[in-house]
Design a protein around this ligand. Sequence first.
Ligand code: FES
Ligand code: FES
Length: 172
Amino acid sequence: MTRMTVNGEAIHYKLDPQTPLLWALRDASNLTGTKYGCDSQDCGACTVIVDGQAVTSCGVTIRSLEGAAVTTIEGLGGAHPVQQAWLAEQVTMCGYCEPGFIMAIAALLQATPAPGDDQIAALPNICRCGAYPRIRRAIARASRLAAEQKAERTDPKRLTLGSSAEEHNSPQ
Ligand code: FES
Ligand code: FES
Protein backbone atom coordinates (compact mmCIF):
# COMPACT_ATOMS: atom_id res chain seq x y z
CA MET A 1 0.00 0.00 0.00
CA THR A 2 1.27 3.45 -0.87
CA ARG A 3 -0.05 6.50 0.92
CA MET A 4 0.07 9.94 -0.63
CA THR A 5 -2.01 13.05 -1.01
CA VAL A 6 -3.57 13.68 -4.40
CA ASN A 7 -5.17 17.06 -4.97
CA GLY A 8 -5.42 17.50 -1.21
CA GLU A 9 -7.07 14.15 -0.59
CA ALA A 10 -5.35 11.32 1.32
CA ILE A 11 -5.09 8.25 -0.94
CA HIS A 12 -3.96 4.70 -0.17
CA TYR A 13 -3.07 2.96 -3.41
CA LYS A 14 -3.33 -0.83 -3.10
CA LEU A 15 -1.35 -1.38 -6.27
CA ASP A 16 1.94 -2.98 -7.25
CA PRO A 17 4.54 -0.54 -5.86
CA GLN A 18 6.17 -0.53 -9.29
CA THR A 19 3.06 1.01 -10.83
CA PRO A 20 3.92 4.28 -12.54
CA LEU A 21 2.18 7.26 -10.95
CA LEU A 22 0.53 7.99 -14.32
CA TRP A 23 -1.47 4.76 -14.17
CA ALA A 24 -2.32 5.07 -10.49
CA LEU A 25 -3.78 8.50 -11.25
CA ARG A 26 -5.59 7.52 -14.44
CA ASP A 27 -6.78 4.00 -13.61
CA ALA A 28 -7.16 3.94 -9.82
CA SER A 29 -8.14 7.58 -9.22
CA ASN A 30 -9.88 8.23 -12.56
CA LEU A 31 -7.89 11.44 -12.93
CA THR A 32 -7.69 11.18 -16.70
CA GLY A 33 -6.59 14.77 -17.28
CA THR A 34 -3.02 13.51 -16.97
CA LYS A 35 -2.20 12.22 -20.45
CA TYR A 36 -0.25 9.26 -21.73
CA GLY A 37 2.07 10.21 -24.55
CA CYS A 38 5.50 8.67 -25.04
CA ASP A 39 5.92 6.58 -21.86
CA SER A 40 9.62 7.49 -21.95
CA GLN A 41 9.69 10.84 -20.12
CA ASP A 42 10.22 12.70 -23.38
CA CYS A 43 6.95 14.48 -24.20
CA GLY A 44 5.69 15.92 -20.91
CA ALA A 45 2.04 15.04 -21.55
CA CYS A 46 1.90 13.22 -18.21
CA THR A 47 3.38 16.05 -16.11
CA VAL A 48 2.02 16.54 -12.60
CA ILE A 49 3.40 18.43 -9.61
CA VAL A 50 4.95 16.36 -6.82
CA ASP A 51 5.98 18.26 -3.70
CA GLY A 52 6.23 21.45 -5.72
CA GLN A 53 8.26 20.00 -8.61
CA ALA A 54 7.06 19.19 -12.13
CA VAL A 55 7.39 15.43 -12.61
CA THR A 56 6.67 13.23 -15.61
CA SER A 57 4.35 10.71 -13.98
CA CYS A 58 5.08 7.96 -16.53
CA GLY A 59 8.60 7.71 -15.18
CA VAL A 60 8.08 7.55 -11.43
CA THR A 61 6.73 4.56 -9.51
CA ILE A 62 4.34 4.99 -6.63
CA ARG A 63 6.85 3.16 -4.41
CA SER A 64 9.02 6.28 -4.44
CA LEU A 65 6.14 8.59 -3.55
CA GLU A 66 5.20 7.42 -0.06
CA GLY A 67 3.95 10.53 1.77
CA ALA A 68 4.22 12.78 -1.29
CA ALA A 69 1.77 15.54 -2.20
CA VAL A 70 0.66 15.21 -5.82
CA THR A 71 -1.29 17.81 -7.77
CA THR A 72 -2.83 17.00 -11.13
CA ILE A 73 -4.53 19.27 -13.65
CA GLU A 74 -7.83 18.54 -11.89
CA GLY A 75 -6.33 19.95 -8.69
CA LEU A 76 -5.61 23.37 -10.22
CA GLY A 77 -9.31 24.16 -10.04
CA GLY A 78 -9.83 25.85 -13.41
CA ALA A 79 -9.06 29.43 -12.36
CA HIS A 80 -5.31 29.13 -11.91
CA PRO A 81 -3.46 32.00 -13.64
CA VAL A 82 -1.94 29.58 -16.15
CA GLN A 83 -5.39 28.22 -17.03
CA GLN A 84 -6.81 31.74 -17.36
CA ALA A 85 -3.90 32.78 -19.56
CA TRP A 86 -4.21 29.60 -21.65
CA LEU A 87 -7.80 30.47 -22.47
CA ALA A 88 -7.11 34.16 -23.03
CA GLU A 89 -4.32 33.39 -25.50
CA GLN A 90 -6.40 30.65 -27.17
CA VAL A 91 -3.52 28.20 -26.93
CA THR A 92 -5.56 25.04 -27.42
CA MET A 93 -5.27 23.29 -30.77
CA CYS A 94 -5.72 19.53 -30.32
CA GLY A 95 -5.18 20.05 -26.59
CA TYR A 96 -3.29 16.83 -25.91
CA CYS A 97 -0.21 18.53 -24.52
CA GLU A 98 -2.29 20.98 -22.55
CA PRO A 99 -2.60 19.40 -19.06
CA GLY A 100 1.08 18.52 -18.90
CA PHE A 101 2.21 21.90 -20.23
CA ILE A 102 -0.04 23.77 -17.80
CA MET A 103 1.30 21.78 -14.86
CA ALA A 104 4.89 22.33 -15.94
CA ILE A 105 4.29 26.07 -16.33
CA ALA A 106 2.47 26.27 -12.98
CA ALA A 107 5.49 24.67 -11.29
CA LEU A 108 7.88 26.95 -13.18
CA LEU A 109 6.00 30.11 -12.13
CA GLN A 110 5.81 28.89 -8.54
CA ALA A 111 9.60 28.64 -8.46
CA THR A 112 10.32 31.56 -10.81
CA PRO A 113 7.49 34.10 -11.00
CA ALA A 114 8.99 35.90 -14.02
CA PRO A 115 10.92 33.27 -16.00
CA GLY A 116 13.38 34.29 -18.68
CA ASP A 117 13.60 32.95 -22.21
CA ASP A 118 16.16 30.32 -21.24
CA GLN A 119 14.00 28.96 -18.45
CA ILE A 120 10.97 28.79 -20.73
CA ALA A 121 13.00 27.14 -23.47
CA ALA A 122 14.18 24.57 -20.92
CA LEU A 123 10.65 23.27 -20.40
CA PRO A 124 10.81 19.71 -21.72
CA ASN A 125 7.18 19.56 -22.85
CA ILE A 126 6.40 18.98 -26.52
CA CYS A 127 3.42 20.42 -28.42
CA ARG A 128 2.97 18.45 -31.62
CA CYS A 129 0.65 21.15 -32.96
CA GLY A 130 3.42 23.73 -32.65
CA ALA A 131 1.49 26.17 -30.49
CA TYR A 132 4.73 27.46 -28.99
CA PRO A 133 4.23 31.18 -29.78
CA ARG A 134 0.84 31.07 -28.06
CA ILE A 135 2.30 29.09 -25.15
CA ARG A 136 5.00 31.73 -24.70
CA ARG A 137 2.36 34.47 -24.67
CA ALA A 138 0.33 32.48 -22.16
CA ILE A 139 3.36 32.12 -19.88
CA ALA A 140 3.94 35.89 -19.98
CA ARG A 141 0.27 36.58 -19.32
CA ALA A 142 0.11 34.04 -16.48
CA SER A 143 3.18 35.57 -14.91
CA ARG A 144 1.54 39.03 -14.95
CA LEU A 145 -1.76 37.65 -13.66
CA ALA A 146 -0.09 35.81 -10.79
CA ALA A 147 1.85 38.96 -9.85
CA GLU A 148 -1.33 41.04 -9.89
CA GLN A 149 -3.20 38.50 -7.78
CA LYS A 150 -0.35 38.36 -5.30
CA ALA A 151 -0.29 42.18 -5.06
CA GLU A 152 -4.06 42.27 -4.52
CA ARG A 153 -3.79 39.70 -1.73
CA THR A 154 -1.08 41.66 0.06
CA ASP A 155 -2.52 45.15 -0.57
CA PRO A 156 -6.33 45.18 -0.91
CA LYS A 157 -6.25 48.84 -2.05
CA ARG A 158 -4.58 47.69 -5.25
CA LEU A 159 -7.69 45.69 -6.05
CA THR A 160 -9.59 48.89 -6.82
CA LEU A 161 -6.69 50.57 -8.58
CA GLY A 162 -5.84 47.39 -10.49
CA SER A 163 -9.42 46.87 -11.63
CA SER A 164 -9.66 50.47 -12.76
CA ALA A 165 -6.41 50.22 -14.72
CA GLU A 166 -7.62 46.99 -16.29
CA GLU A 167 -10.79 48.70 -17.56
CA HIS A 168 -8.85 51.57 -19.10
CA ASN A 169 -6.34 49.23 -20.71
CA SER A 170 -8.75 46.66 -22.08
CA PRO A 171 -7.91 45.35 -25.57
CA GLN A 172 -9.36 47.31 -28.47
S1 FES B 1 4.03 10.15 -21.36
FE1 FES B 1 5.32 10.78 -19.75
S2 FES B 1 6.73 12.14 -20.70
FE2 FES B 1 5.54 11.39 -22.34
S1 FES C 1 -2.14 21.59 -28.84
FE1 FES C 1 -1.88 19.70 -29.88
S2 FES C 1 -0.11 18.84 -28.99
FE2 FES C 1 -0.20 20.83 -28.16
